[in-house]
Design a binder for this molecule. Sequence first.
Ligand code: 5CA
Length: 439
Amino acid sequence: MLLSRFFVPVLKENPKEAEIISHIYMLRAGMIQQSASGIYSWLPLGKIVLEKITEICRREMLKAGANEILMPTLQSAEIWKESGRYEDYGKEMLRIKDRNNRNLLYGPTNEELVTEIFRTHVKSYKELPLNLFHIQWKFRDELRPRFGVMRGREFLMKDAYSFDVDYNSSIKSYNIMFMAYIQLFKKMGLKAIPMKADTGPIGGDLSHEFIIIADTGESEVYVERELLNFKDSLTNINYEDDLQEKVNKFTSFYAATEEKHDASNFDNKNNTLIKTRGIEVGHIFHFGQKYSSPMRATISDRQGDNIPVFMGSYGVGLSRLVGAIIEANHDQNGIIWPSEISPWDYNIINLKSGDNDCDNICLKLYNFINNNTSNVLYDNTDERAGAKLARADLIGLPYQILIGPKGIKEELYDLKCRKSGEISRLSYNELLNFVQMNA
Ligand code: 5CA
C-alpha cells in the first residue's frame, strides 16, 4: 500500500475525550472515529486489524469443529419472552418497533435465536455434538460506555453455542472451547489468562473469563503468580482428544475475578497471590438446560426419552481486542503491533521523497516486497522526515526501512525494529534476504 493512497487521518494532538492509551492511539492513528457515544466507524487501519483478529478467531473455531453461521443483528422479542429474558435484560437492551408495531430488539447476545434455529432442525442425540458460531455486531446500551472500543455500545463479538445430549458431553464441548481460546489468543500474540468468573445475565453453573493483565483493565482479578508466568508450548491441539487434562493444567492454579474471589479458598502463606487488573477479552459459559427448557429445544436421548438439550455459550470480544492488544503492546511513541496481527510487516520510509535515488530504491524495494509477501506500507508522501518517522512509530508496524541520501551514499540502509528500537544497517541485498527469510 502506498501511504499517499491510504486513508489514515492521523491526529497530532492527544484527543481530549480519550482517557486510556489504547483509545488515544486508536484515535491518533486514525483507526476509528466516534459516530455516537460508544458507537464507532472503523477507518482503514482499524478495519485491517479488526479483520486480522477476526480471521484468527474464525480459523480456530473452524478447527475446533464449530460451524459458522450468520444470525441477524435484529431479533424478534417473542423468543426472548419465551426464555424469560425480555424483561430481565432491562435498559441495556435496545428495543425497537417496526411499522406493524411488532417488537424487535438489537441483539445483545444470541442464546435465544440460536436455540430457535436448533430446535427447528435437530431432534435426536445422533446429530450431536453440535457447535454453531457467528461473528456479528451486538448492541448493549451500556450505562457508561467508555475507553473507546473497550466498552462500546455497538461491538463485534464472536459467539459460539454448543449443544449436547448430556451433562458430561456438554462439559467436553466446554473444554474444547476452553482450549480453543487458549490457542486463539496465543495466535494473536497475547497471553489471556482463564479465570473463574461470575455468569451474570447469561447464567449457568460454570464459567471462565479470559483476561489480559493491564493496569487500565476494568476487572479486578486475583491470580497466582505462577499462572502469570506459566508457558504452555503452542502445540496444535487435537480436538478429538479428551481435553480435561489440558484444561486442568490451567484451572489447577488459583485465578478468579473479583466477584468470584474467595480468600478462604487459597492458602496465601507464601504470598504468591497477586491482586491486579485486567481486560476481559473472552467469556465462556456452561448453562445446561437454562434456555432449552423454557424454549422447548428437546432431543430424543439414547433411551428414546425427550429431554432439553445441554448448552454452553462462548464469546470473544473482537472489537475490544483491538484496544486490549494496544494496551498490552505500546510505548510513549505509539503502538507496537505483534507481528501476528500487524496490518503490514514493513514500513518503507522515504526520507527524501523527490530525490531520484531515494525514490528509485524505495520503489524497487516496495515492488520486491509486494511481489513476495504484499506486506508493506510505503511512505512516499512529501512530508518532513521527522513527521514521517513519528507517524511510523505511532502506526507501529514491526519493521521500518529508512531510505535517505546518507544511506544511498554508503549503500547501507537502516532497518529498525519497532519493538526493540534496534537498528541494523544492511545492504540492499541483505535487506532482500531479510524480507525473504522473514516471509
Ligand atoms: N453470550 C455470551 C457468550 S457468547 C456473552 O454474551 N458473553 S459476554 O457478555 O461475556 O460477552 C462476550 C465478550 O464480549 C466479553 O468477554 C467481552 O470481551 C465482549 N464485550 C462485552 N461487552 C462489551 C462491550 N460493551 N464493548 C466491547 N466488548 C464487549
